[in-house]
Design a protein around this ligand. Sequence first.
Ligand code: PLP
Length: 417
Amino acid sequence: MTSTLALLGGKPEVAAPGPHFTWPPIDDTTRAKVAAQLEEAISVPDRSGIVAELEDGLQDYFGVRHAVTTSSGTAALHATYWASRIEPGAEVIVPAWTFHATASPLFHLRAVPVLCETLPDGNIDPNRVEELITPRTRAVMVTHLWGKPADMPALVSAANTHDLVVLEDGSHAHGASIAGQKVGTFGLASAFSLNGPKPLSGGEGGFVLTDDDDIYHRVITLAHYNKRAKTEIPQGHPLARYAVTGAGLKLRIHPLAAAIAQDQLARLDGYLGGRAEIARYLTGQLARIPGLEVTEMPTGVIPSWYGLTLTYRPDELGGLPIERFHQALIAEGATEFDRPGSTCPMNQLALYQHPASLFPGHPHSHRRYRTGDFPVAEHAHAHTIKLPVWHREQDLELAEQYVRAAIKISDHHKELL
Ligand SMILES: Cc1ncc(COP(=O)(O)O)c(C=O)c1O
């Protein structure tokens, strides 16, 4: 390798201007579906039309009895917690490192998120769950960070031992699986986002999955008052008399978002298959580069490749700071290499350090988190570089250029010290 680093005036390794990754893929079929929906209905207050089609499709895809769409993943999580009877003062064990919405709706229920240390891959550490269990613990909420399934067999077993409910946030991991079982189907209920870059996207939106009728009726009560509650909650059910008002919230998906998500759902497995191919190439190549470590995937674990994560090893590059390495990647034109921002250890966020200002008198006030509380999660977060994974064969050339950029910087790292 004779070229000089772009950061120091050399020729960038990736010539085409970014962005190099856009999501979701929108084509004429998507456009036609949205246009048709625009004519058909832009408000769907019951379970009909595009909303019914999407929910039926999700039920088939995940093999569950109930899928209920919502306006966002955050709303789906709120509904999931409320439906699971997470009551005031109840504690829910959540991974310390996730996007905060995995846990933040708990504040609105006056319930307590209890942060649990993670493994270096960012997923909740099953061996650290038990030490957090108290008589007030009701549930464990699991995120499959960056699309790598968490160790569900171990988590389900720990939860069963202590009679805890298992819930999942599948927002990064649509279609990911463990030994053939899709994430989102391991617990009592699961919540997913359909937001912008998610593996299954409607632009905005979310959904809850469950096999449990009680959870289903409660999700409808929280998220879909009036028409849906009237038609989907059976006469004589204790919640039926609340149908007009539900629990006071309306968290409905927009039909145009539902049309996009329904169009994308039909292609999801194709996307995941394409990503797996490119990820195989990328992980094989990147694993050989001094300074970068690739996240291992255990046998039988199929990720969604929402993000391909690399652990940066400054010790292998003479102590070169990650900021400088990342800057050099961007200068090479490999602008999709990213460092996690808002998806960070939650003990670093104001809401988890000072909840009382936003939620006076909240039972969480006694449990204020501080930077440094979760050394494994915090070290991993500070040393993560991630890359979205392309799914089309023609993007392999771009992937090759990204690999060359990383090799070049690793080879020439001394020039950056
Ligand atoms: C893990 C996780 N959970 C929940 C959410 C919230 O989803 P939404 O943005 O659709 O509200 C997101 C993302 O945005 C997320 O990454």
